[in-house]
Ligand binder design. Structure first.
Ligand code: ZN
Length: 367
């Protein structure tokens, strides 16, 4: 859960993913995605502040659509930005180039690559992309094809701990979940699935993929239906009448009490390095519960590869944990990752130098 307070130290006058009063001197706001920990303060006084001061709120087209459904007045202030191509904005006299990069976290989620004359900053928001994805985005490369120098990454550190080394890809997790659903529901018409979801948001892709892969609608409670129906990509995924559904989220009443239930709990938090498999099964008095490793955030090794690829000078931790010992450990791991990235950078330079000198078109001086 993001604990980022909104300010980018290197670029005065802007705030990102935080609308609390400490940001009320900002002249422009940026929103990476519409999850509650990234819109803190927006529905207290933040939205009013932006509307009354007539300030811009920059985001992706899909997040703009969500805001339009939630708050049409605030949507008037929203400026949709082009994805993958640099957008130019002026904030407090500073010309800022902003490139939105798909973050692979939820529909519409983006990273922001901010470039000024003085600095280049990457704010990841919540992300789960691999190095192969980084290579697809030209914005990370200069005209010679070299990775641009990045001064600082404001990093999603949700799972940047060596106790979370690897997660299955989301499609691997979805393949497990869809098999568990179809196998159980096709066995008996009284069999139903209950999804045990630990958070109140962040399951957009899960719902979308279940509907696409299993061709079954999901019944969720009214409060969540209101939240998720803001997202155009989820239109049609949810059952209006619970009698039409075979998949339920926890806490919704079933139409028939004696239905046979299979519980599925998609989560990443329990999948520390002690758990080697992507699925585990627990039987108790209530029935079968299948735990499936499912993550919309980068694992530790994905984070390391990301840092090693982009080689930033500094990293700002955007997800601080309650446990100070864990926070200290995250900072130590980041320090190690930055040192390792610098070493590979040096090694690469030496290699390039050798190759160049061997193929040099200039005669080698014998003096
Ligand atoms: Zn999120």
């Amino acid at each position: 859960m993001s604990t980022f307070k909104g300010k980018i130290d290197e670029i005065p006058g802007i705030s990102v993913d935080c609308f609390l009063p400490n940001n009320y001197d900002s002249k422009a706001f940026f929103l990476s995605h519409f999850h509650s920990d990234h819109i803190r303060g927006l529905y207290e006084d933040g939205a009013d502040f932006i509307i009354k001061r007539n300030l811009p709120l920059y985001t992706s087209a899909l997040t703009k659509e969500i805001i339009k459904r939630k708050n049409p007045v605030l949507a008037e202030q929203v400026k949709e930005m082009d994805i993958k191509h640099p957008n130019s904005v002026t904030v407090g006299g500073i010309i800022l180039s902003v490139t939105l990069i798909p973050a692979g976290h939820c529909p519409g989620s983006v990273m922001f690559l901010f470039e000024t004359k003085a600095s280049r900053i990457l704010y990841t928001g919540d992300y789960r992309i691999g190095v192969s994805d980084v290579r697809k985005f030209r914005s990370f490369y200069d005209s010679l094809g070299n990775v641009k120098k990045i001064d600082k990454i404001y990093l999603d550190t949700t799972f940047f701990l060596d106790s979370y080394p690897m997660f299955p890809t989301r499609s691997e997790s979805m393949s497990v979940i869809s098999k568990l659903i179809t196998e159980w529901t096709s066995r008996d018409e009284n069999n139903v699935i209950v999804l045990q979801l630990s958070a109140n948001y962040g399951y957009e892709c899960l719902f979308k993929d279940i509907y696409a892969m299993c061709k079954m609608k999901i019944y969720i409670d009214e409060q969540n239906l209101e939240l998720y129906s803001l997202i155009p990509q989820l239109d049609g995924c949810f059952a209006i009448d619970r009698h039409d559904a075979r998949i339920f989220c926890k806490n919704v009443p079933f139409p028939i009490a004696q239905r046979h239930i299979r519980f599925i709990k998609p989560s990443a938090f329990r999948w520390t390095n002690s758990e080697k498999k992507a699925t585990s099964l627990k039987n108790d008095n209530e029935g079968e519960t299948y735990y499936v490793c499912y993550s919309t955030h980068a694992s530790y090794e994905e984070g390391l590869a990301f840092i090693n690829c982009l080689k930033p000078q500094q990293i700002h931790v955007c997800v601080e944990r309650e446990n100070p010992v864990e926070n200290l450990h995250i900072k130590q791991l980041i320090h190690q990752a930055l040192s390792a990235a610098t070493r590979t950078n040096e090694a690469k330079r030496i290699k390039l130098f050798n190759v160049k000198s061997q193929n040099s078109i200039y005669p080698i001086s014998k003096s």
